[in-house]
Design a protein around this ligand. Structure first.
Ligand SMILES: Nc1ncnc2c1ncn2[C@@H]1O[C@H](COP(=O)(O)OP(=O)(O)OP(=O)(O)O)[C@@H](O)[C@H]1O
Length: 260
């Protein structure tokens, strides 16, 4: 079960897709205050792949992540995690889906200060009444270089270490997909690079699927693929991105008149 899942290409078998949105539309407000945050977005995230989502401020990145993770409702279209369609799920089922199939890593680490790193990592499983798989947790902890920090409380860890604990917590339940929102936003560049390296390792070595919202072209270059949003629509993508190529695209999106 814990074998590395090979990279998949888009358009592959249906079961190679961890999450998919089809014509996903999200409208906030109504009448004069109406904002179309997402306008018929169709995108798929392959299993065992690391995808970055980029785009100008207000382009819909967080909204897409929230809608696909079941944290926000959808106005039209569809969104699914593996084979489960989110639209139509009642609150109880949605909560269970988020708990069992989705991992979250946010800019704020959201660790409980009174618990040790080890207790923080297994907390969601404990709450869900699931027994952590000791072999899997040990593998995660080793991959993330946390073995000697397990007895420490968050206040005794560096920012990078705390974010690695948050990543280990997201990985512990073997979710279908991890959504990360600016996971290095609060870290200095060295700690940020370390966390990005571990995110990439969790994809490469543990077969995890990761979708990360970021503003940083260097962070995006750790991904296998970058999906660009502009004005609530998909505005292209890059495979095997380098920071320079990402930056060129970002500049073009920031000044649309110059898009080639
Ligand atoms: N709860 C809300 N109510 C009304 N409008 C909203 C709400 N949330 C987001 N929006 C609007 O939807 C659009 C997309 O917002 P979103 O936060 O997804 O953009 P973003 O690309 O993540 O931006 P940033 O990079 O600045 O975080 C924006 O115009 C925003 O003002």
């Amino acid at each position: 079960m814990s074998e590395t899942i090979p990279e998949t290409s888009e358009g592959g078998a249906a079961d190679a897709v961890a999450a998919r949105a089809e014509d996903l539309t999200k409208v906030y407000g109504q009448g004069e205050t109406e904002v179309v945050a997402l306008d018929r977005v169709t995108v798929a995230f392959g299993r065992g792949r690391f995808t970055a989502i980029m785009g100008p401020s207000g382009s819909g990145k967080s909204t897409l992540m929230h809608c696909m993770a079941g944290l926000d409702s959808i106005s039209a279209g569809s969104s699914r995690i593996e084979e489960v369609e989110l639209t139509g799920l009642d609150d109880r089922r949605l909560t269970r889906l988020r708990r069992d199939r989705i991992g979250f890593v946010f800019q704020a680490f959201n660790l409980l200060p009174t618990l040790t790193a080890s207790e923080n990592i297994t907390l969601p499983l404990d709450i869900a009444g699931r027994r952590p798989d000791p072999g899997w947790v040990e593998r995660i902890v080793t991959t993330l270089g946390l073995a000697r920090r397990l007895g420490h409380r968050p206040g005794e860890l560096s920012g990078g270490q705390q974010q690695r604990v948050a990543l280990a917590r997201a990985l512990a339940g073997r979710p279908a997909i991890i959504f990360a929102d600016e996971p290095t936003g609060n870290l200095d560049s060295r700690a940020g690079a370390e966390v990005l390296g571990f995110l990439r390792d969790s994809v490469r070595d543990l077969g995890q699927t990761v979708v990360m919202v970021t503003h940083d072209p260097v962070a995006a270059s750790y991904a296998d693929r970058v999906v660009f949003l502009a004005d609530g629509r998909v505005a292209g993508e890059l495979h095997e991105p380098t920071a320079d190529r990402v930056l060129d695209r970002v500049k073009a999106l920031d000044s649309p008149g110059t898009v080639s």
